[in-house]
Design a protein around this ligand. Structure first.
Ligand code: IPM
Ligand code: MG
Length: 372
């Protein structure tokens, strides 16, 4: 397969982890005879410095003409504590999501047996956790009208959803649940918010008319935050709106021991983007301590998106093996001697050396776990 991939390394540790993901993709390309072409473009604080724009027009044009995007990280401390900054790096990412119509953000959490003791939760609570969050990504409070009074003493952000915005991601989440353990939990705040009551009505209707084989339940977001800690194995697919999904996916990502392991896919009708959940982690930039696994697994999600299940499986296997062998960065192995690059090299050589497995014909089995 020939794929043209836009690479947006962004800020902080973004460039160094993305480099390791590309290494894994190149190893796969070599092994399976694919052609992946990359073109790099600026985004985030890096792009503000160079072009005074977190999403320069040439970056957007590139992204609209490639098959997929590999994204690094975004954000810089100089903007974090400056609420008066006229442009912010994050605006680049938000505009990118909106412009490309990436309405569904898929964030899986799986636990590696070797890391059960790294989890902030007790091993018996964490064993067997396998959940995935479907977060709506182009609506809600992130994109509603923003206001600040002239005297700057009052501000508001509008949270708005249309039926269609709820429907399109709901269908995706239900279909994912059908391929997994057939359970979908809608997370909302329907006891308070009108938008949440719309979500509930629409999702309940779609569930009963189109996906009767999926068990649907509802949780208020405060309870869901608590249940993720108390009993995370109860979840299969969680579906939620933009901001709740942002918060819950960070919470879910550390169940496995480190946010540095958590990958995500953002997909729309035409475009798709693959990125780690973590931020730019500026304190670690250039030190070789950033965990590249989230970025490498994001590359695996990219391959799955284009139906390259064997290839994605091999990347996941390589990552599992590196973790099993303790070839990991210090976020998961205290005082580890292995660097970002070492982990990437290990994954690369595993991919290159491993024999291509015999074809597996059962697509349902292959597609069952979206990642890891
Ligand atoms: C994420 C990030 C972004 C978000 C930020 C960087 C705008 O936290 O992808 O989860 O809030 O969506
Ligand atoms: Mg976030």
């Amino acid at each position: 397969m020939i794929l043209k991939i836009a690479v947006l390394p962004g800020d902080g540790i973004g460039p160094e982890v993305t480099k390791e993901a590309i290494k894994a993709l190149n190893a796969v390309a070599k092994k399976y005879d694919h052609t992946f072409e990359y073109e790099e473009a600026p985004v985030g604080a890096f792009a503000i410095d160079a072009f005074n724009d977190p999403l320069p027009p040439q970056t957007l044009t590139l992204c609209k003409t490639t098959d997929a995007l590999l994204f690094g990280a975004i954000g810089h401390p100089k903007y974090d504590n400056d609420p008066t900054a006229p442009v912010r790096p994050e605006q680049g990412l938000l505009r990118l999501r909106k412009e490309l119509g990436l309405f569904a953000n898929i964030r899986p959490t799986t636990i590696y047996p070797k890391l059960v003791n790294q989890s902030p939760l007790r091993p018996e609570r964490i064993a067997g956790v396998d959940l995935t969050i479907y977060r709506e990504l182009t609506g809600g409070i992130y994109f509603g009208e923003k206001q600040l009074s002239d005297d700057k003493t009052q501000a508001s952000d509008l949270c708005s959803y249309s039926r269609e915005e709820v429907e399109r991601i709901a269908h995706m989440a239900f279909r994912a649940a059908q391929k997994r353990r057939k359970k979908l939990t809608l997370v909302d705040k329907a006891n308070v918010l009108e938008t949440s009551r719309l979500w509930r009505r629409v999702v309940a209707e779609i569930g009963s008319t189109t996906y009767p084989d999926v068990a649907l339940d509802f949780l208020f977001v405060d309870n869901a935050a608590m249940q993720l800690i108390l009993n995370p194995t109860q979840f299969d697919v969680m579906l939620t709106e933009n901001m709740f999904g942002d918060i819950l996916s960070d919470e879910a990502s550390v169940l496995g021991g480190s946010i540095g392991l958590a990958a995500s896919a953002s997909v729309g009708k035409v475009h798709s983007m693959f990125e780690p959940i973590h931020g730019s982690y500026p304190q670690a930039a250039g030190k070789g301590i950033a965990n590249p696994v989230a970025s490498i697994l994001s590359a695996a999600l990219l391959l799955e998106h284009f139906n390259m299940y064997h290839e994605a499986g091999l990347i996941k296997e390589a990552v599992s093996y590196s973790i099993e062998k303790g070839v990991s960065t210090p976020d998961i192995v205290a005082n580890s001697i292995y660097t970002t690059q070492d982990v990437g090299n290990f994954v690369e050589s595993y991919i290159l050396k491993k024999e291509i497995p015999a074809p597996v014909l059962d697509n349902k089995t292959i597609g069952k776990s979206t990642i890891i």
